[in-house]
Design a protein around this ligand. Structure first.
Ligand SMILES: Nc1nc2c(ncn2[C@@H]2O[C@H](COP(=O)(O)OP(=O)(O)O)[C@@H](O)[C@H]2O)c(=O)[nH]1
Ligand SMILES: [Mg+2]
Length: 419
């Protein structure tokens, strides 16, 4: 886990000119103490690492070499039972007097293997484990210093095919959306033309609706009347915020482009991808939705993400866990009078359901059995040695006793003679 200070140009995290600020944030310091945990999911090569670096305009994470990805790794992917791994990058965003702690959870390896069934399990397990961890901390007597890695948003990268979505992606999105704020994005959207992009967005929206995937949508508070008469500024700010939120909803799933290369236009350096037919700019809203996504994540809806994770997703998890716990306790009470003891049992679905852990568990079991066999053999040999030694000593003793007997006889004979 590395900790890096992101070198980001001002994006307005300190300004928060939005409805959420007005509605939820009474104390600006609340914002200042926030930690945002973002999980990035998608197949290899879709630009997750590039996106992370583009988001903060600095190399937070070195990219995996092409050789490693397509050469050596290809072999291990096919030959082993590897699954999705999880890497956490920590960084600090500073702007004016505001500081935001960010934990970026990268998930290399998702969907890369021959056997991808259940590739979403390690991701769901990770999200659950963080809820569980937090819940256990809340049960401690000193509840203030909390380590909180509950996932506030999952950014799911969809391959820009303009075809159908992969069944694995649909299941993963559905499962993750039950536990966290899911934000699907179209990766490398510069590889689709405008028409294709519109069609692909529509296709994805249809799948999301049909499969009942609950994606995160910015809330729209249309309460014009809540502003005091005459407070025209506040009312117009609110209108702008509503407009912005609507725009965000309309643009979903966001089409994004990542790049770590800068190009110069009109004397300004901009991040983009250069093609023979022109430059696609990351920050240009007519080229892609990157700015909208960044604004949603770090500015306009940052608090929505954090609060909804705490108030909704975490609550759902907590309730389910406690209910399961109570049921278990009730059966225990009937069986062995375990009354009053309220121990939090392990989550229902354990790590061992993950194929990688299963493999490790089997290997450990094999190793253990072998070790036991070796030790048993050694013990038997040792036992045999002791038996042999005892026989030898017994023989020696017998011999000595015979000698003593003989000597005693001789003494007796001599005594008789001397009499
Ligand atoms: N065309 C295009 N290529 C991209 C984009 N983002 C990243 N790439 C390229 O895709 C390759 C894989 O990127 P990487 O960030 O390592 O993907 P990851 O495996 O998902 O982390 C690299 O060569 C990137 O330069 C994008 O938005 N458009
Ligand atoms: Mg990567």
């Amino acid at each position: 886990m590395s900790s890096v200070k992101a070198n980001i140009p001002e994006i307005g995290i300190s300004e928060l000119p939005n409805q959420v600020y007005k509605k939820i944030l009474t104390n600006a310091s609340e914002y200042n103490e926030q930690t945002l945990n973002l999980m990035i999911v998608g197949e290899s090569g879709l630009g997750k690492t590039t996106f992370i670096n583009t988001l903060f305009q600095t190399t937070l994470k070195p990219k995996q070499g092409a050789y490693e990805r397509e050469g050596v790794d290809e072999f291990s992917k096919k030959s082993s039972n590897k699954t999705t791994s999880i890497e956490i990058i920590r960084c600090l965003l500073e702007e004016k007097n505001f500081t935001l702690k960010l934990n970026l959870i990268d998930t290399p390896g998702y969907g890369d293997f021959i056997n991808n069934s259940k590739a979403w399990l390690p991701l769901c397990d990770f999200v659950d484990e963080q809820y569980d961890h937090f819940m256990r901390q809340e049960q401690q007597p000193f509840r203030r210093a909390k380590f909180d890695l509950r996932v506030h948003a999952v950014i799911f990268f969809i391959r820009p095919t303009n075809g159908t979505l992969k069944p694995l992606d649909v299941i993963t999105m559905r499962e993750l959306s039950k536990k966290s704020n899911l934000i699907p994005v179209i990766a490398k959207s510069d590889t689709l033309n405008k028409e294709e992009l519109i069609q692909f967005k529509a296709k994805i929206r249809k799948v999301i609706e049909e499969q009942n995937i609950q994606i995160f949508t910015p809330p729209i508070f249309e309460e014009e009347n809540s502003f005091a008469a005459g407070d025209e500024d506040a009312a117009s700010n609110n209108r702008a915020a509503i407009q912005h939120a609507k725009q965000l909803v309309e643009s979903m799933p966001f089409a994004i482009i990542g790049s770590e290369e800068q190009y110069e236009i009109n004397g300004n350096k901009v991040f983009g991808r250069k093609y023979p037919w022109g430059l696609i700019e990351v920050e240009n809203e007519t080229h892609c939705d990157f700015r909208k996504l960044r604004s949603l994540l770090l500015r306009t809806n940052l608090l929505d993400l954090i609060h909804s994770t705490n108030d909704f997703h975490y609550e759902v998890y907590r309730k389910t866990r406690l209910q399961a716990n109570n049921e278990e306790n009730n059966t225990n009470t009937n069986n062995n009078n375990n009354k009053g003891i309220n121990i939090l049992p392990a989550p229902v679905r354990k790590m061992s359901h993950n194929p990688r852990f299963k493999e490790e568990e089997l290997a450990l079991k094999r190793y253990f059995t072998e070790q036991v066999k070796v030790e048993e053999q050694r013990f038997r040999q040792w036992e045999q040695n002791i038996v042999n030694e005892r026989i030898r000593l017994n023989n020696d003793l017998e011999e000595e006793q015979n000698k003593v007997k003989k000597l005693e006889d001789q003494i007796r004979v001599l005594q008789m003679k001397s009499k």
